[in-house]
Design a protein around this ligand. Structure first.
Ligand SMILES: Cc1ncc(COP(=O)(O)O)c(C=O)c1O
Length: 282
């Protein structure tokens, strides 16, 4: 049972209707994009891989030197009232460096971080089962893509460019090798091997990516975390994009060319099944 009236959000220690949740225009999240966030799925009221999400949040905060020493239990206490046990949902959690007295790039002293969380329903995405189209694009983001920073302008522009060309995602590359999607990680089946770019500061260490790697290992898939050239990606028999809210989505057309036979491949169906079974088991 939900403890709150529907539509309530959490802001700095209070639960209130979304329309009443306000932050100052001097908040550094607003002025500088000086903050980090998490997106945590919840299935029937159970937060999925919560420890992994909190570990990544802590890493993001460490990277931007933002301190907020909440324990697992404190986060659970804050987030649980937002959940509805009858639904599949996701929590959006954002922490900024807080409100400063004046606008100055350097960190203000004694600022209290702004903590905001809201919960939304995960809506089934129409048509994605059949696969989506994607475009490859030069990765124009900064060099700390391992940080889940609210500063997302490059991602926004890249995704928008893809959408304007009838595609669901931009698949990014730097110096001739692929990194990830604008808001997803990337997997490809090349010469029968399930591959994903290795974990570096050039990609976000996705929790969905982590779960897929665990499942692939436990089920003896041929698997490799390595550098994938753009050229090699174009020879893939399967390409998937993965994220917490969209799980695993097959890409069936890359740069207007069919991937494999232009429909989702057998390894996708196998992993999708394993992923659904895993979700039910936890
Ligand atoms: C740039 C980027 N990479 C990867 C992911 C996937 O991460 P996760 O599986 O933890 O949602 C996301 C999620 O939004 C993302 O924005």
């Amino acid at each position: 049972m939900n403890n709150l009236v529907e539509g309530q959000v959490y802001l700095n220690g209070e639960y209130l209707p979304l329309s009443e949740a306000k932050v100052s225009v001097l908040d550094r999240g607003f002025l500088f994009g000086d903050g980090v966030y998490e997106v945590i799925p919840s299935y029937s009221g159970h937060l999925f891989r919560m420890q992994d999400h909190l570990d990544r949040l802590q890493d993001s905060m460490n990277n931007i030197r933002l301190q907020l020493p909440y324990s697992f239990e404190q986060w659970m206490e804050i987030l649980t009232p937002l959940l509805d046990k009858t639904k599949d949902q996701y929590i959006y959690l954002q922490i900024t460096r807080g409100v400063a007295a004046t606008r100055d790039h350097a960190f203000p002293k004694d600022t209290v971080p702004t903590v905001f969380a809201m919960c939304s329903d995960i809506k089934p995405l129409a048509g994605v089962e059949a696969g989506v189209k994607a475009l490859t694009m030069e990765d124009s983001r900064w060099e700390m893509c391992n940080v889940k920073a609210t500063t997302l302008l490059a991602n926004v522009l890249l995704r928008q460019q893809a959408v304007e060309q009838g595609c669901a995602e931009a698949i990014l590359h730097r110096n001739g090798y692929v990194t990830e999607g604008a808001a997803s990680n990337l997997f490809a089946v090349i010469d029968g091997i399930l591959m994903t770019p290795e974990k570096t500061t050039e990609i976000l260490p996705g929790i969905t990516r982590k779960v897929i790697l665990e499942l692939a290992q436990a089920n003896n898939f041929k698997l490799s975390e390595e550098i994938i050239s753009l050229e090699a990606l174009k020879t893939a028999s399967e390409i998937w994009i993965t994220s917490s809210t969209r799980e695993i989505i097959p890409v069936v057309e890359l740069d207007s060319t069919p991937v494999g036979d232009g429909s989702p491949g057998p390894i996708f169906y196998k992993m999708k099944q394993l992923f659904q079974e895993y979700k039910k088991s936890v």
